[in-house]
Design a protein around this ligand. Structure first.
Ligand code: AKG
Ligand code: FE2
Length: 489
């Protein structure tokens, strides 16, 4: 079973399997029901064919002894059998299988809220229109997928709950637009318990709340004949206005959209650029390294972690990926992480030693991240608060960020103060130092992992701490620091 499923794309593969399981169980259940119906239909056919004569003249019918006898026998015996046949609940094992699957692995209210919050964050960060998102158009890129009325309605209701009235309006509008595309009236009504009037009630109530009374009235004008409630609603909007109308607002389900508030606070300042960085490309054998910034020194290595290493890291960490606590003002949103240990003699650790010129012996932990729906990491530096540092390790001196996947869209890594954006490229690694030569934190190294739009973003993070570098990186004078940095180049 998986928890917090919206927080890791890689973990969500299990949900695809779960739905596949439900589908096949429902197919088997349907086949069992069909079989039962087939048997009943042949029985019906049999008795109906004899019925015509008896129905026309019952008395004449039973005046024949063979008819009279067989009627009595049929009623006494065959119809008992028929009732047993009808009573027989077929396919119960498939129902049971689905019930167990739901009990054990169904996404929770929190999961749905995380998924909703992801879509809303996507909309907010990248300033997208609900109708575009609903049509599968994400930042100018058309995908072959879209949202149904039910999806749009769920997003709209959630926005309403969260007092994102303006967003709610556009999602309701998208819901209404999509109703004409994807409705199968009976399935919507009888299976999904969808009521078109409720959608219009919510939509127009949102419009009225935002002061668009006339627009609400207009919307209802076309649909008021669908339902008496809508007709009354239109009348109310016209005659009475806002006050009594609000009473009609349906109560929505309340979840813990714990992080949308932080999203809205930060999105204005977010700096995620779309142009590719085009600084010069240096080839230094055996590692390809690109200098992105001289002061502070930031470099990008290419092809520095191998596919085989990447698969191994992913396989080891997938079962241990955990989501961070749901707290307001968290840095991590919709992502899961795991810590793994590596031998300091492993080829990867030795390569890190080559890349940084630093001692890797005492820092054997790696952090693996897999991002979820619109997962991102908000502004932060990698420095550790003084009170949280250990005496043996001290602060995080060097950050080495390996990109283990390309990301189809979004998910850039940016240093906003340096106006520097790095796009995840499978096999590359970004290296920077969080402390200057006086071992003071440098605020310019504030960074952010922008929301992933499409793709499963995997990164591997390695921190080399300050204290173990006592000898590899003496920090007493600026001269020594410089000579060290030159050795990276
Ligand atoms: O995964 C990323 O893109 C960034 C990770 C990061 O900044 C961190 O873990 O501190
Ligand atoms: Fe970081």
């Amino acid at each position: 079973d998986i928890t917090n499923s919206a927080m890791s794309i890689a973990g969500m593969k299990e949900l695809v399997d779960l739905e596949g399981f439900f589908i096949s169980e429902m197919e088997s259940y349907t086949a069992a029901l069909k079989n039962k119906i087939d048997v009943m239909e042949s029985l019906l056919h049999e008795v109906q064919s004899k019925r015509e004569i008896s129905r026309r003249n019952p008395e004449e019918f039973v005046s024949h002894p063979l008819n009279a006898f067989s009627l009595i026998r049929r009623l006494h015996e065959d119809w008992t059998q028929a009732e047993l046949l009808m009573l027989n609940h077929v396919g119960l094992e498939h129902l049971q299988a689905i019930e167990t699957g739901l009990d054990e692995a169904q996404p929770t209210d929190n999961d749905l809220d995380d998924a909703i919050a992801g879509i809303i964050a996507l909309q907010q960060f990248y300033n997208l229109q609900p109708s575009d998102i609903a049509n599968g158009l994400l930042m100018g890129k058309q995908y072959n997928t879209s949202l149904t009325t039910l999806n749009c309605q769920a997003l709209a209701n959630a926005c309403m709950n969260f007092n994102y009235d303006k967003y709610a309006l556009n999602w309701y509008k998208a819901a209404v637009e999509h109703y004409n595309h994807d409705r199968d009236g009976q399935v919507y009504r009888e299976v999904f318990d969808f009521r078109l009037p409720d959608l219009y009630i919510n939509y127009t109530s949102a419009l009225v709340t935002k002061g668009f009374r006339k627009a609400a009235w207009k919307v209802l004008q076309d649909v008021a004949d669908l339902d008496a409630t809508l007709w009354l609603l239109r009348k109310d909007i016209y005659e009475v206005g806002k006050s009594m109308f609000l009473i009609l607002r349906l109560s929505h389900h309340h979840g813990s959209m714990y992080w949308l508030s932080s999203v809205s606070q930060t999105s204005q300042h977010l700096s995620c650029h779309y142009e590719q960085n085009t600084s010069e490309f240096l080839r230094i054998a055996p590692l390809k390294v690109e200098t992105l910034s001289l002061k502070p020194h930031i470099v990008l290595y290419h092809d520095v972690i191998y596919d085989s290493e990447i698969s191994k890291v992913k396989n080891i960490s997938l079962p241990s990926l955990k989501s961070p606590l749901r707290i307001i003002d968290a840095v991590d949103y919709n992502l899961k992480l795991a810590q793994i240990r590596d031998d300091h003699q492993s080829p990867l650790s030795l390569r890190i030693k080559d890349m940084t010129g630093e001692d890797v012996q005492e820092d054997s932990d790696f952090q693996i991240d897999n991002y979820g729906i619109c997962g991102f990491r908000n502004f932060h530096t990698d420095n550790i608060e003084m009170q949280d540092q250990t005496a043996e390790l001290g602060d995080r001196l060097t950050s080495i960020l390996f990109f283990m996947t390309d990301v189809v869209q979004g998910g850039a890594f940016a240093f906003p103060n340096l106006n520097l954006t790095i796009w995840p490229q499978k096999g590359s690694a970004l290296v920077w130092r969080n402390l200057d030569h006086r071992m003071q934190p440098n605020k310019d190294l504030l960074h952010v992992s922008c929301p992933v739009v499409v793709g499963s973003k995997w990164t591997l993070m390695k921190w080399l701490h300050e204290r173990p570098q006592m000898f590899s990186r003496p920090c007493t004078t600026e001269r020594k620091f410089k000579s060290h940095d030159e050795s990276i180049n």
